[in-house]
Design a protein around this ligand. Structure first.
Ligand code: AMP
Length: 362
């Protein structure tokens, strides 16, 4: 029986442990919060991510360590490596941690990406805007998530306002992509190089936060997404699940970002795929054969942001599967999600609409 360490004990850690327990794994989490949501599913070491004594304890306790978020200090992973094995690797982590590194990596590997420029001064911002034009999106290079640390620049006045808010940290300016769809692919590669891909997922964001995902098996963009994901995973000698987000513009996918971990747009796999992304992540990093990534039915997911809706009302809708992260309600916070399954695409849409009406009562 193997003991797995997870850096971070949020909802992704919770869902990894829930998927890994039947496989025979036990878990230790490191997380600075007092009572993070995964804590009850294993041993919780309450410590900062750069606490060497805590990392040493984690490394000694665990046969294998992984992480559930990408802002883990790379030095912590390097330190842990003297005690245990860590997947995905530091190279993948460092590529995904910094939007400039990430976009440069895409460009260097012939993966289409929108125009972008590094910005570290007011002069550079003005030059970048002159070059890329408006609208554009100004983002912090690091530590941005769920739309945090980014501003859309539409008018010349917005430039100064955004600079006041974000200036002082390294930034990136991206051309605004007039996409027709946002899609993502959940891909997985094992330590032996075996790869598998879930069907493309269509995503809708609200205020920069994922709102809903729908699996689109057989989508005409599947091969393109798989080819880009394969390239990234091979170049990084990647092990584990990776989420890869794209903007679709006409018949092309432009890379937005990669997440070196299980991904919110893959939560539907818990109830709609033969093997969930959480199980496949653990199988991949432990060198087990990967599980089948096909869909079992039509499937989608809606995030609960800020607070949970009424559970009974949601569960009255057929095909709904409730996932509660055991978190305190807070504005903008992901507190749970519902996976929705259905035998046909129209029925799935209908059920999604029913749940959406419960999330946001008129
Ligand atoms: P990100 O954190 O970079 O994934 O951004 C969150 C969301 O903001 C994306 O999923 C898009 O909906 C939107 N967004 C981010 N960057 C751009 C862009 N360059 N052009 C258009 N929309 C964007």
């Amino acid at each position: 029986m193997k003991h797995i360490g997870i850096i971070g004990a949020g909802q992704l850690g919770q869902m990894l442990a829930l998927a890994g327990t039947p496989l025979g794994y036990t878990f230790t989490f490191i997380d600075p919060s007092h009572q993070p949501c995964a804590a009850g599913l294993g041993h919780h070491i309450q410590a900062e991510y750069d606490d060497e004594a805590a990392l040493e304890q984690l490394g000694i306790e665990c046969d294998l360590v992984t992480f559930e978020f990408e802002n883990v200090p790379a030095l912590a992973i390097e330190y842990l490596k003297s005690f245990t094995t860590v997947h995905p690797n530091v190279q993948a982590l460092e590529t995904a941690q910094d939007r400039l590194n990430e976009k440069t990596f895409f460009r260097n590997h012939d993966i289409p990406v929108g125009e972008f420029a590094a910005v570290s001064s007011w002069e550079e911002l003005q030059a970048a805007v002159a070059n890329l034009g408006l609208p554009a999106v100004l983002k912090t290079r690091r530590f941005g998530y769920d739309g945090k640390g980014q501003r859309v620049l539409k008018t010349p006045d917005d430039i100064q306002i955004a600079w006041k808010e974000l200036g002082g940290t390294p930034l990136i300016l991206e051309a605004f992509i007039p996409f027709t769809r946002e899609v993502s692919i959940i891909a997985v590669r094992s330590i032996h190089g075996e790869m598998a891909f879930y069907p493309l997922t269509e995503n809708v964001h609200r205020d920069g936060i994922l709102h809903r995902s729908i699996a689109r098996p057989g989508d005409w963009m599947q091969a393109q997404a798989e080819s880009h994901a394969r390239k990234v995973m091979e170049a990084l000698d990647y092990a584990g699940v990776m989420g890869f987000e794209f903007f679709q513009v006409e018949d092309r996918l432009l890379a937005n970002e990669i997440a070196p971990r299980v991904h919110n747009s893959g939560h539907w796999t818990q109830n709609g795929a033969v093997t969930s992304q959480f199980e496949n992540h653990l199988r991949a990093i432990d060198g087990l054969p990967l599980g089948n990534t096909n869909t079992l039915c039509h499937a989608g997911m809606l995030n609960f942001i800020g607070k949970l809706p009424d559970r009974e009302q949601v569960l009255r809708i057929p095909g709904t599967h409730w996932h509660d992260y055991h978190k305190e309600p807070r504005s903008g916070r992901k507190v749970g999600h519902v996976n929705i399954t259905a035998p046909t695409a129209p029925l799935l849409e209908e059920r999604l609409a029913h749940v959406e009406a419960l999330i946001e009562p008129a």
